[in-house]
Design a binder for this molecule. Structure first.
Ligand SMILES: NC(=O)c1ccc[n+]([C@@H]2O[C@H](COP(=O)([O-])OP(=O)(O)OC[C@H]3O[C@@H](n4cnc5c(N)ncnc54)[C@H](O)[C@@H]3O)[C@@H](O)[C@H]2O)c1
Length: 159
């Protein structure tokens, strides 16, 4: 079976592992919702205080219900890490890092570029990468794609 077909099957069966990069106002509720419907979720959060809180089941975002987070963590459905070592385990990777506006009112893509480089260094065939951060059209093709393809893997064919 082709890696793309396997990915689609694993998403349908909820057997896919979902990675969420940046567990803030967007990423943590997203991670919780995916774990609630049965996906195994691995969060990557570079703030060690936040990552440790998640792993203790302690919520820090208004949109998340404390008891829901606690239960998902205790069941092992949601875990947080501060680094990118577990990227190869992830079938789907959703990027939710900040894109603050620069003084010229364009999104500052330094966080997106940094995490894209981290992912590219560990990319494997069959992964789906999604950018949730607010930015301008063309960011995935013009900024992220060259970084991801520097891994030697090819979009559509491999990821
Ligand atoms: N908050 C909203 O309601 C909202 C709505 C729509 C879109 N957005 C967009 O979503 C994106 C994320 O926004 P947010 O409000 O969740 O931001 P946030 O600051 O609440 O969360 C971002 C998280 O990413 C983490 N992070 C930063 N660099 C990282 C790295 N290198 N590796 C791992 N984690 C890292 C931060 O520590 C933080 O916890 C932004 O582009 C924002 O514009 C936000």
């Amino acid at each position: 079976m082709e890696s793309k077909d396997r990915l689609i099957r694993n998403i349908r069966n909820k057997e896919a592992t979902v990675g969420v990069v940046g567990l803030g106002y967007v990423g943590l509720p997203f991670a919780v919702e995916k774990a609630k419907v049965g996906f195994r979720v691995i969060g990557i959060e570079n703030n060690p205080i936040r990552a440790a809180k998640v792993n203790r089941g302690e919520n820090y975002i208004q949109d998340v219900r404390d008891e829901e987070l606690r239960e998902l963590v205790s069941k092992g459905l949601l875990v947080a890490d501060t680094g990118f070592d577990r990227v190869p385990e992830m079938d789907v990777i959703v990027i939710c890092v900040p894109t603050p506006l620069t003084k010229n009112l364009t999104p500052d893509l330094q966080y997106v570029e940094k995490v894209t480089r981290e992912i590219a260094a560990r990319l494997r065939p069959g992964q789906l990468i999604s950018l949730e951060s607010t930015t301008y059209p063309g960011t995935t093709e013009e900024v992220m794609l060259p970084i991801l393809e520097s891994s030697g893997l090819k979009v559509e064919r491999d990821f």
